[in-house]
Ligand binder design. Structure first.
Ligand SMILES: C[S@@+](CC[C@H](N)C(=O)[O-])C[C@H]1O[C@@H](n2cnc3c(N)ncnc32)[C@H](O)[C@@H]1O
Length: 403
């Protein structure tokens, strides 16, 4: 192996890496890393080697990711493939030991940086796996990743291994790489907590069931009883709606702007004949419109789930979810019974948990609303997070109780 280039990194990167942050973003230092080099040894300002990096010169923002901070780096690079396999095995072993994951067919086998697998996210979806790569560094290692998975899960056939390159240019990378092959079985049913869902790997960027939300769904179990009327805002394919029905909710209303997702939700309902679909109502309209309509109709709910996209646009201006919450909370409050709960999610790393909480507390005081914070929600079980790496802790939720 050629000698690995040693490059001084930005003073802020030096500080961040020491705090456990595993990324080198684009700056005047990282933009000068030799483009053809697969690996880079990061040097501090006193020219001391401090980390072995995997390099991605084509990524717009994350130019390199920390592979290890353990010396000697040339040996680490020589044994790179073996270390990759060992890290994958360790990640799989952790999931196989987790009893909570037996209750669902969808779970993460590897969760990127927090599993020491920078940019590699692997979801087990029944008898299939979806491997999402956030850096093209991994392209030459795809077959090693696939073989390592199949050694642990020999029942997974080649046709059931899906790759998706994820990144900033979402629209251009919609399809998993093998989706055009007519022999692929890209539509199938998946079981989560005793419910069946339709999953489509080939048709859109997201496949129909958010696996990173599964543990949160389970946590919310205690808030839904057979007396609950539930409102699921931004319902997507209805995972929270079906779960509420399974838990016995007497009535569930789901709201989404997209006819395609409401149709998908209806298909999911059809897959679960033990649920009483007469107790479900779908509103294909904007959440703003739906909340006005429900208030005018004098409807009341005991549990409201609100999971907006992290930012949205009305064609003219882009609004972040956190800014939209003042108006949303005020409107949700009008249709929430007293002693009821609303769970509000924020799906971005740009606002951390405490800032989210403080903003919501300020909103509640401004609106003069009397709520108690009941539960904080974060990624769980199969989705570990890393201290010093806020980008990995993107999901946060608060359960607010109306007093
Ligand atoms: C992050 S997904 C919600 C995921 C869902 N909570 C789940 O766990 O399956 C956001 C959804 O909001 C919908 N959406 C976006 N803007 C909307 C709006 N203004 N009104 C209603 N739905 C909207 C999208 O169609 C999408 O289905």
């Amino acid at each position: 192996m050629n000698k690995i280039p040693e490059c001084i990194i930005h003073p802020i990167s030096i500080k961040l890496i020491r705090q456990g942050h595993p990324w080198i973003t684009a700056d005047s230092f990282s933009n000068r890393f030799p483009r053809q080099s697969e690996f880079i040894v990061a040097m501090d300002d006193r020219k001391r080697p401090m980390a072995l990096l995997i390099h991605d010169p084509v990524h717009k923002n994350v130019k390199a990711r920390v592979w290890t901070t353990k010396y000697p780096f040339d040996q680490e690079a020589q044994h790179f493939t073996a270390s990759l396999q060992a890290r994958l095995d360790l990640a799989f072993e952790k999931r196989l030991k987790e009893p909570a994951l037996k209750e669902r067919e969808n779970y993460y086998l590897a969760f990127g940086e927090a599993d020491q697998l920078p940019g590699i996210f692997i979801q087990k979806l029944g008898s299939r796996v979806l491997i999402q790569l956030y850096t093209s560094f991994w392209n030459p290692y795809k077959s090693i990743i696939q073989t390592t998975i199949q050694e642990v899960f020999p029942e997974i056939k080649d046709d059931d291994v899906w790759f998706q390159l994820r990144g900033e240019t979402r629209e251009l990378q919609k399809l998993p790489i093998n989706a055009a092959d007519p022999g692929r079985r890209d539509e199938f049913h998946l079981q989560e907590f005793g419910l069946q869902y339709l999953v489509r790997l080939g048709s859109s960027y997201d496949h129909g069931l958010y696996t990173d939300m599964s543990s949160v769904r389970h946590t919310l179990k205690k808030f839904i009883t057979n007396d609950s009327a539930v409102l699921n805002l931004y319902c997507y394919t209805g995972a929270y709606s079906l779960w509420a029905m399974k838990l016995g909710a007497k009535q569930v209303t789901s709201v989404d702007l997209s006819p395609k997702y409401i149709e998908w939700l209806q298909q999911n309902l059809g897959l679960n004949p033990d649920l009483n679909s007469a107790q479900h109502e779908a509103l294909t309209m904007s959440v703003d419109e739906a909340l006005v309509k429900l208030k005018n109709d004098e409807r009341k709910f005991d549990f409201i789930i609100c999971d907006p996209p992290s930012s949205s646009t009305d064609g003219d201006k882009r609004t972040s979810a956190i800014k939209a919450y003042k108006d949303l909370i005020s409107k949700m409050d009008k249709v929430l019974n007293s002693k009821g709960h609303m769970v509000i999610f924020l799906n971005t790393h740009q606002v951390n948990g405490s800032k989210f909480e403080k903003t919501i507390q300020d909103v509640l005081s401004e609106l003069k609303l009397n709520y108690k914070l009941n539960t904080r929600l974060t990624l769980g079980q199969d989705c570990p997070t890393l201290k010093g790496f806020p980008e990995g802790s993107y999901l946060k939720g608060l359960v607010l109780e109306k007093l």
